[in-house]
Design a protein around this ligand. Structure first.
Ligand SMILES: [Zn+2]
Length: 593
């Protein structure tokens, strides 16, 4: 046990001193501006090579690309931290605006670069990639080139990008604007949707039920506007796909997540086949809270009580101790993060809600943001974010262009770290009741990923299919949603949430399409690695880190084959992950017999 006391506030001054008024940061932005100009000049002047020996210019361009990207991320990370720690910091918001402009200039140069890469003759391209300095980047460079080839000519893509701002993304913003006006009644109070959502874990069923009824009513009142918004957003996306000649709505999300359709299908088919134990869990939970059948608003209800609050220091030491059992790198890394104030955990007003982890590539350090008040869920959030930071740590010596991993593997290290701590917490529980509550936390999480997210996936794929033939009415949207929920929850609920298509922000996100299956993938993928780690015991850490190192430069199928020796397109791997979730369910069932 350490005798030092960890700081609840993070240190941002090591990057740029002086917060949003930092002079150092202003100079950083100036040098970024200059670099961008130089990068643009080199790409514009680059003549498409006609032989595989003309590598010199391309190597220089790649180097400028990497430098600009690194500086951009360093700047973005700093401003995200400033904005999160104090939502009233006007200077930080102003800096965000500056970065947005720099980042759109960066995107424009990249589009020009991709267009030129696409025009390189195939044989010449192959010869270029043999070159020592390009070889290690062949996956990401090939990917850029192939993606550009699947798109329209540069001028047309530029037009789409310009129209996106007030069209596609405009519909996403419209959603936020409508939602910000929605209020949910509870007794005398008018709650925002965020506040109302928190009431679904209230221990009193009457409260949950009242909130839910008013919740459905509130969304129902806006269903005309919201279905209009969703239809236009989806219609815009489909029109762009059509222009590009893409028939499958899953093409873009699969490409973005670097995975095959067979992998996705194998995963969902295992999940669809193994609903039964989870339905038994829903039934048992209904018994425990004294109803015949659970309703949507009972899913997050607490069954036991945990009053074991841990101070920040205790939480930190508990996590480090559990990590220590897995591997010394992870434990040492975690100690450093606490000792060098990488974490902003203070519980004070004026902070953004939620948690995140961000990496400062020039300094090779991460920063974690959260609000710690001592609950078991705070401890797991802390472990989760430390997992993200460890992922960046494993990647820090990798070429910057090989560090960009997609959403489906982004949650691998975080889920893994959370699992280590969650399992330890269940084992160390001080009473049967606490043990049950902690175990239920784990099961609830499986239900969210294997049932709730499944419903979202079923709904979204079906909705997009129907949308191809024209607008889908709000009644039909309700119907599609309820059908998807019944299927995903194995008919295990009494009342469903048909307006979920309206209340869930994720259907309206335009940055990343299909904001659903990558969560489930990441969760089960991480469980598969966890199972392997338990099997192999000590010494697994080195292999684990080698896997993390490759997450930014491979397809998920290759990653799994290389490091786990498994074929993700086959059901076998997914069966094992789901089985681990079922083991928790069985334990829960036997504890509550
Ligand atoms: Zn995460």
């Amino acid at each position: 046990m350490s005798t030092s006391t960890y700081s609840l506030k993070w240190d941002l001054d090591v990057f740029f001193s002086g917060g949003s008024g930092s002079q150092e940061f202003r100079s950083h932005l100036e040098s970024l501006d200059e670099l961008l100009t130089e990068f643009n000049r080199s790409v514009s002047a680059w003549e498409i090579p006609s032989s595989g020996y003309e590598t010199k210019d391309l190597v220089e361009i790649i180097d400028l690309f990497q430098q600009t990207g690194t500086k951009m991320r360093q700047a973005g990370a700093f401003v995200s931290c400033l904005q999160a720690q104090d939502t009233t910091d006007a200077g930080a918001n102003e800096l965000r605006g500056k970065i947005a402009i720099l980042s759109s200039r960066f995107q424009t140069v990249l589009t020009l670069l991709d267009d030129k890469l696409k025009k390189v003759n195939d044989d010449v391209w192959k010869e270029l990639l043999v070159h020592e300095e390009l070889k290690e980047l062949s996956f990401v460079l090939n990917e850029r080139r192939e993606e550009a080839a699947k798109k329209l000519p540069r001028e047309q893509e530029a037009l789409i990008n310009a129209l996106n701002v007030d069209g596609y993304h405009g519909w996403g913003e419209m959603y936020d604007a409508i939602v910000s006006k929605i209020k949910v009644q509870l007794g005398e109070d008018e709650l925002s949707v965020g506040q109302a959502a928190n009431k679904f874990s209230h221990k009193d069923r009457e409260v949950r039920k009242e909130v839910f009824n008013n919740w459905e009513k509130a969304w129902g009142n806006q269903a005309d506007l919201l279905s209009n918004t969703l239809n236009h957003l989806a219609g815009f996306r489909l029109s762009v796909y059509k222009q590009r000649g893409w028939d499958e709505v899953l093409q873009e999300p699969l490409q973005y997540n670097r995975m095959k359709k067979e992998t996705l299908d194998a995963m969902w088919s295992v999940i669809a086949d193994r609903k039964e134990p989870f339905v038994r869990y829903l039934k048992r939970k209904a018994d425990l809270i004294g109803v015949d059948k659970l309703s949507w608003y009972d899913l997050d209800a607490p069954v036991g009580e945990t009053d074991s609050a841990l101070s920040y220091q205790e939480g930190a030491e508990f996590i480090t101790e559990q990590f220590q059992k897995f591997g010394k790198e992870l434990a040492q890394f975690t100690k450093t993060a606490f000792e060098e104030s990488w974490i902003e955990a203070e519980d004070r007003p004026g902070k953004r809600p939620g948690g995140f982890c961000t990496f400062f590539p020039e300094s090779k350090q991460s920063r974690i943001f959260m609000t710690y008040s001592g609950t078991p869920s705070n401890v797991s959030t802390l472990a989760h974010e430390l997992g993200h930071a460890f992922h960046s740590f494993a990647l820090k010596e990798v070429h910057p262009l090989n560090r960009n991993y997609a959403m489906n593997v982004a949650e691998t290290a975080s889920t893994f770290a959370e699992m280590i701590v969650a399992d330890a917490a269940v084992k160390n529980a001080k009473s049967e009741e606490e043990r049950l509550a902690l175990l239920e936390d784990k099961v609830q999480r499986s239900v969210a990923l294997l049932m709730n997210i499944h419903a979202r996936y079923l709904f979204e794929t079906r909705f997009y299919e129907e949308r191809k033939n024209g607008p889908v009415s709000k009644d039909r949207l309700n119907e599609l949603m309820e059908t998807a929920q019944k299927e995903a929850y194995g008919d295990g609920l009494e009342e469903y949430h048909p307006l979920f298509w309206a209340s869930k922000l994720h259907f309206f996100i335009t940055g990343v399409p299909f904001y659903n299956f990558p969560y489930t993938f990441g969760f089960l993928f991480s469980l598969g690695i966890y199972a392997k780690a338990l099997e192999e015991g000590e010494g697994y850490e080195e292999k684990y880190m080698a896997l993390l190192k490759d997450t930014g430069s491979m397809t998920v199928e290759d990653l799994a084959m290389k490091h786990l020796n498994v074929d993700l397109t086959k059901k076998d791997f997914w069966e094992k992950g789901v089985q681990l979730c079922i083991d928790d369910v069985e334990e829960f069932l036997s504890l509550t017999k």
